[in-house]
Design a protein around this ligand. Structure first.
Ligand code: HEM
Length: 418
């Protein structure tokens, strides 16, 4: 058992927790709102949103996600046709925003169709992450900076203002048309509107806005970064790519993989699962430590006493590469490590794998993320060859502003024959 962060990892299951996610309109609510250090309030919020992430919701979401996936494939077909170089991760960001728009509001934001950002939405979501990273550390500045920033960015149909407008329109439409009452729709807004109808004061329209913003903020960049990471590492590792393609092609020939791939079918492809997990280990979307406040009584960590109230955190970029857990070659992309590990090693690897966080704040959208990856990656691998500009040795640049952004990930795309 590796001692250093094991106690922390188990302790955080019971400690108070902070976050750096700011929320729309949060300026009036002070630092408690932005940091959400009250574990009881936090638990309440999570309980409220449980219906959004239940299995029956996910199965409807899966069908809805097929449209943005087809749109992504259509754009990649165009790029293959044109033979132009492209910054690949941009397309994954367009896809992920359209997908989260579909999941949260029942409609894509239209970035893939426009082949670019829509009303500064992508830029704003990214700026907000940067903002969250700063005020997560200097929380007392939040009300002031937020007010100034809102004045600068929220006006009119652009950026934050645009997002607020789209959300308000969706809420007004829900009120007028009452889609949620026929139970045919399972996007977040319909589910939450039904909750609001049942308990208008316990679950307000502000709560609806809050959860939509959090899912857009938490579920778009992270998903795009992970899709990018899988393809980047496959471009650099021909052996892994061939092995994965063989598995997927055999499954498709045996009619075990439909087009587009269903999540359940993809789960029967064991190598696909470990390729996705290994890319997630190598490139966790969140690049800052996830802060936790030490509870009363303090904490002893690797022989050091840490007083109550101190903020501690582990960065997934550290624990995911711990060579005592993942092996001496932990810096290498090697999906086989997940297949070779025995039961005990696997359980330790899983507890150090912090890509989705751990404890009472663990990512709520983890299953939605896995579902998307299991649908998108097989289609990309089966349908396209991605050639890194500069050859397989070319390196991308990673920028950490809470989310770890990929730059210089330039490729040329070729369409593969069916
Ligand atoms: C590969 C994709 C994703 C990654 C790597 C990821 C990662 C994370 C991480 C690291 C956290 C913080 C956990 C902690 O502090 O312990 C988090 C929280 C969260 N994520 Fe994700 N996420 C992903 C996709 C999604 C998706 C698709 C959604 C929604 C549809 C989502 C919704 C959320 C929400 C709402 C929270 C806040 C949970 C809370 O405050 O209790 N995430 N995610």
């Amino acid at each position: 058992m590796v001692p250093s962060c094991q106690s922390y990892i188990s302790d955080i299951r019971s400690t108070y927790e902070g976050t750096t996610i700011p929320s729309l309109g949060g300026a009036n609510r002070g630092t408690e709102h932005i940091l959400r250090t009250d574990i009881h309030r936090q638990a309440e919020r999570r309980k409220q949103t449980a219906p959004l992430y239940q299995w029956n919701t996910l199965s409807t979401i899966e069908t809805q996600l097929e449209a943005p996936l087809q749109e992504l494939l259509a754009r990649l077909d165009e790029l293959a046709e044109s033979k132009e170089e492209t910054e690949l991760n941009l397309w994954f960001h367009y896809y992920a925003l359209d997908a989260i728009g579909t999941i949260a509001l029942g409609q894509p934001f239209g970035l893939l169709q426009k082949r670019g950002d829509v009303a500064g939405l992508m830029k704003t979501v990214q700026q907000f992450a940067r903002y969250g990273a700063i005020v997560g550390v200097f929380a007392e500045l939040h009300p002031l900076i937020y007010r100034v920033m809102s004045l600068m960015t929220s006006k009119g149909a652009y950026g934050l203002g645009y997002l607020a407008q789209v959300m308000n329109q969706a809420i007004a439409k829900e009120e007028k048309v009452g889609r949620h009452s026929n139970h045919l729709h399972n996007d977040f807004i319909s589910i939450m509107f039904a909750m609001h109808d049942r308990d208008p004061t316990g679950f307000t329209q502000d709560d609806i806005r809050y959860h939509i913003i959090h899912s857009i903020g938490g579920g778009s960049d992270t998903t795009a970064i992970t899709i990018g990471a899988v393809i980047y590492y496959l471009c650099k590792s021909e052996t892994v790519l061939h092995k994965l393609r063989r598995e997927l092609e055999q499954s498709r020939h045996a009619r075990r993989l439909s087009h587009p791939v269903k999540w359940k079918e993809a789960q029967d492809c064991p190598y696909l699962q470990v390729v996705i997990k290994e890319a997630m280990r190598m490139c966790p979307g969140n690049g800052l430590p996830m802060p936790r406040i030490v509870p009363e009584g303090g904490l002893t960590l690797a022989g050091h006493s840490i007083p109550a109230g101190a903020v501690v955190g582990i960065n997934a970029w550290v624990s995911n590469f711990d060579h005592r857990v993942f092996g001496a070659d932990s810096a290498l992309f090697r999906p086989e490590r997940w297949l070779e590990a025995n039961k005990e090693q696997l359980s330790q690897m899983d507890s150090y794998f912090l890509t989705f966080g751990k404890g009472p704040r663990v990512c709520l959208g983890k299953n939605i993320a896995f579902m998307q990856l299991n649908k998108v990656i097989p289609e990309l691998v089966l349908n396209y060859d991605f050639e890194l500009i500069g050859g397989p040795g070319a390196e991308w640049t990673l920028l950490n502003d809470w989310f770890v952004r990929q730059k210089d990930f330039r490729v040329r795309i070729a369409k593969r024959r069916a």
